[in-house]
Design a protein. Structure first.
Length: 228
C-alpha cells in the first residue's frame, strides 16, 4: 500500500533526523571532554559560555536561534530539522557532558577526540540526509554558497575561521582537536552525506533529492547540504 510505505519512510526519516542531531551534540561533548581543542563553532560557544556563566549547550541553542536571523536576507527557509537542530544539539551536548567524567590520561583523550570528529561527520550526514531542512549554521553556509557561487568547502572554511578567531579571543579552547576538526569535518561530512543519501534513495524506490557537492544548484533543482 503506497500510503503505508510513505508513512514508514517518514517515520524512518524522523528517526534518522533525531538520531543524527543527538549524536551531533554527543560528538561535540566528546571534544569538550577530550580537552584538546574544539570545533570552531564550539570554540565560540565555549568562549561565550565562559564570559556569561551559561552552559555551553545553552549557548549553542541561543547562538543557533540568532543565526536564523541571518537566513532572512539569504532567503533560506527553515524546516523541522532546522528548529529541532537549534534545540536538540545543545541539549544533547549538556546531557552527554553530565554523563562523561573528566579525563586525565592523554591515551584516553586522544581517541576520544578522534571519535568525536568522526562521529560529528557521521551525524552530519545522517541528519541532513533525512531531508527535513538544514540546521541554522548549515543554512548560513548553503545560503552563502547559493548567493556567491563559491564552493561549500570555501564558504565553510571562511565561516569557520571567522567563528574560530572570535571564539579564541573570547577564551575558547583551541588545540590539536581544532585543527583535526577543521581539516577533517568537511570531507567526512560529504562522504557520510553521500552514503546516507544513497541509502535513502534506494529505500525510497528511486525517489531522491540531489546532493550538493560544491557548487550552486541549477534553477529549480533541490540539493541537500552539509552541517549544523
Amino acid at each position: 500500500m503506497p500510503g503505508e510505505g510513505g508513512r514508514r519512510r517518514t517515520v524512518r526519516r524522523l528517526a534518522q533526523l533525531y538520531a543524527g542531531l543527538w549524536l551531533y551534540g554527543a560528538s561535540c561533548a566528546f571534544l569538550v571532554r577530550a580537552e584538546l581543542g574544539l570545533g570552531p563553532w564550539d570554540v565560540f560557544h565555549q568562549g561565550v559560555a565562559g564570559r556569561t556563566g551559561l552552559s555551553i549547550g545553552t549557548v549553542s541553542v541561543l547562538v543557533g536561534a540568532l543565526v536564523l536571523l541571518a537566513w532572512i536576507p539569504l532567503r533560506q527557509r527553515p524546516g523541522l530539522g532546522t528548529v529541532s537542530n537549534v534545540v536538540l544539539v545543545g541539549v544533547s551536548m549538556d546531557v552527554t557532558l553530565m554523563m562523561l567524567p573528566t579525563l586525565e590520561l592523554l591515551a584516553v583523550r586522544v581517541p576520544l577526540m578522534v571519535a568525536g570528529v568522526v562521529l560529528n561527520g557521521l551525524a552530519t550526514g545522517l541528519y541532513i540526509a533525512a531531508r527535513f531542512g538544514p540546521g541554522p549554521r548549515d543554512g548560513l553556509m548553503t545560503g552563502l554558497n547559493r548567493v556567491t557561487g563559491r564552493s561549500i568547502r570555501l564558504v565553510r572554511t571562511g565561516i569557520e575561521l571567522t567563528v574560530l578567531l572570535t571564539g579564541f579571543l573570547l577564551g575558547g579552547a583551541v588545540g590539536a582537536g581544532t585543527v583535526a576538526y577543521a581539516l577533517a569535518i568537511g570531507p567526512l561530512a560529504q562522504v557520510f552525506l553521500r552514503v546516507f543519501t544513497r541509502r535513502e534513495r534506494s529505500g525510497a524506490g528511486g525517489e531522491q533529492d540531489g546532493v550538493i557537492t560544491g557548487r550552486v544548484p541549477a534553477p529549480r533543482t533541490r540539493r541537500v547540504i552539509l552541517r549544523r
